[in-house]
Design a protein around this ligand. Structure first.
Ligand code: HEM
Ligand code: HEM
Ligand code: SF4
Ligand code: SF4
Length: 375
């Protein structure tokens, strides 16, 4: 039965949930579920898992752009039909994995993927740089301070060799969020690219009463910078808000609540870089990433300043860290003052926490190292 707009609830199906994942298991995964013994990475992008039954499964991991067309998805399906009996999966970092049940089937699949130009780059395993977890940017969101897909493409182009190799001390997770809502993983990634504003919101007094719940806008501000106020519009006194610009740190939260308080600005907006976060419990506990570069401009379409900054941090880490050390483990071991020196990043007051629990982030010890890079 087709949808009838006159009787919208007729024949309505709801609350079905997702289809059960087991119906999409390749047969070898289904047969060996819960029986895996060990695995190895046979080459960058290719994993082998051995089961106690003796079965093997080879997974071939390819980078994707995350934002993809239906034509691309159909091409992925064609590859899966030809080589994997129609089965495939996507990873938590939006890579795609093709699985085959014997070693002989790996090379023909790799050859086929290679014949498609750079559409299906094989990699993303082990101690390299895998896909960048990212957000909507200027493609779809209304609160971004930068773009997502554009910056991610520019950075992955520059770091491409790290995607297809495993030469780093440990894996490096890069993530991007286009505003500090931080949709995704920027708060807990080795290198994080974050869209930031530098100007307070404008207030559209002509619209604000109609489109905003003023108490929500007031309560949305983490710094109490938004206050109730009165303004005169067309000779009439209306209720509105005012922003104490000396208190505002441009988070954009009030705009999320109130469409009459936009703050995006071409010159003001840009990118901050944070580093040293991780999610795993491996050796050290999970960590938040920390602000090391407060601002880089939005230089479309290739963001050269951001690309250079990410590359410089990655290379300093690769040259200096011990095996298995995540970027945050390295920075904490050598001391953040040495991190700034080795990455040749000028330290600014913007990296000094001044929000509520800031005290614990300052140095309450005489232990520190002299650094030389700031003249
Ligand atoms: C409660 C269950 C799970 C949680 C909380 C979880 C959480 C995570 C997290 C946080 C990451 C990212 C780690 C990082 O980037 O440092 C990750 C990656 C991954 N997880 Fe899980 N996961 C779970 C179950 C699973 C299962 C059942 C599978 C597979 C059947 C799986 C496969 C993967 C893979 C393949 C990656 C790496 C993806 C890549 O590097 O491309 N996870 N998981
Ligand atoms: C006894 C069973 C298993 C053990 C002990 C095991 C252990 C591990 C370990 C220690 C890692 C590396 C974590 C790190 O990078 O810090 C890893 C990675 C991974 N494992 Fe397993 N694993 C098992 C079974 C499986 C199975 C059954 C699958 C999928 C069918 C799987 C998929 C993966 C993937 C995709 C990665 C990420 C590889 C990468 O990002 O380079 N593992 N596993
Ligand atoms: S990070 Fe911010 S701008 Fe980007 S998608 Fe999420 S809410 Fe939108
Ligand atoms: S942008 Fe953030 S800090 Fe500034 S007034 Fe709005 S909510 Fe407050």
């Amino acid at each position: 039965m087709g949808y009838n707009p006159d009787k919208p609830m007729d024949g309505r199906i709801s609350d079905l949930g997702p289809p059960h994942y087991e119906q999409f298991f390749p047969p070898v995964i289904k047969a060996n579920k819960g029986k895996w013994l060990w695995h190895e990475i046979t080459q960058p992008g290719v994993l082998m898992h051995k089961s106690e039954t003796g079965d093997e499964v080879y997974s071939i991991r390819c980078g994707t752009a995350r934002l993809v067309s239906i034509e691309y998805i159909r091409e992925v399906c064609d590859i899966a039909d030809e080589f994997c009996d129609g089965y495939l999966r996507f990873t938590t970092r939006n890579n795609v994995e093709f699985m085959v049940d014997s070693k002989e089937k790996v090379q023909p699949l790799l050859d086929n993927l290679a014949s498609r130009g750079n559409k299906f780059p094989v990699g993303g395993t082990g101690a390299g740089v895998t896909n960048i977890v990212h957000t909507q940017g200027w493609v779809h969101c209304h609160t971004p301070a930068t773009d997502a897909s554009g910056v991610v493409k520019a950075v992955m182009d520059e770091l491409f060799d790290y995607f297809t190799s495993m030469t780093l001390p440990a894996q490096v997770r890069i993530a991007l969020a286009c505003c500090l809502n931080m949709c995704g993983a920027v708060h807990a990634s080795d290198i994080a690219i974050l869209g930031v504003h530098r100007k307070p919101p404008m207030i559209d007094h002509t619209r604000i009463t109609g489109v905003c719940e003023l108490p929500l806008a007031i309560a949305s501000c983490p710094l109490g910078a938004v206050k109730p106020a009165k303004a005169t519009v067309d000779g009439k006194e209306i209720k509105t808000v005012q922003v104490n610009v000396d208190r505002c740190m441009f988070c954009g939260n009030c705009y999320t609540m109130c469409p009459a308080m936009p703050l995006a600005d071409p010159e003001g907006d840009g990118i901050a870089i944070l580093v040293g976060g991780k999610v795993s419990n491996r050796i050290s506990h999970p960590k938040f990433s920390k602000l090391v570069i407060p601002f880089l401009p939005n230089t479309t379409p290739r963001w050269p300043e951001t690309v250079a900054a990410v590359k410089k941090i990655l290379e300093a880490y690769a040259a200096d860290a011990n095996k298995y050390e995540r970027l945050g483990d390295w920075a904490e071991r050598i001391g953040w003052e040495k991190f700034f020196e080795k990455c040749d990043i000028p330290f600014t007051d913007k990296s000094i926490d001044d929000y509520r629990l800031a005290y614990d982030t300052w140095r309450t010890t005489t232990q520190f190292k002299y650094t030389s890079h700031i003249k």
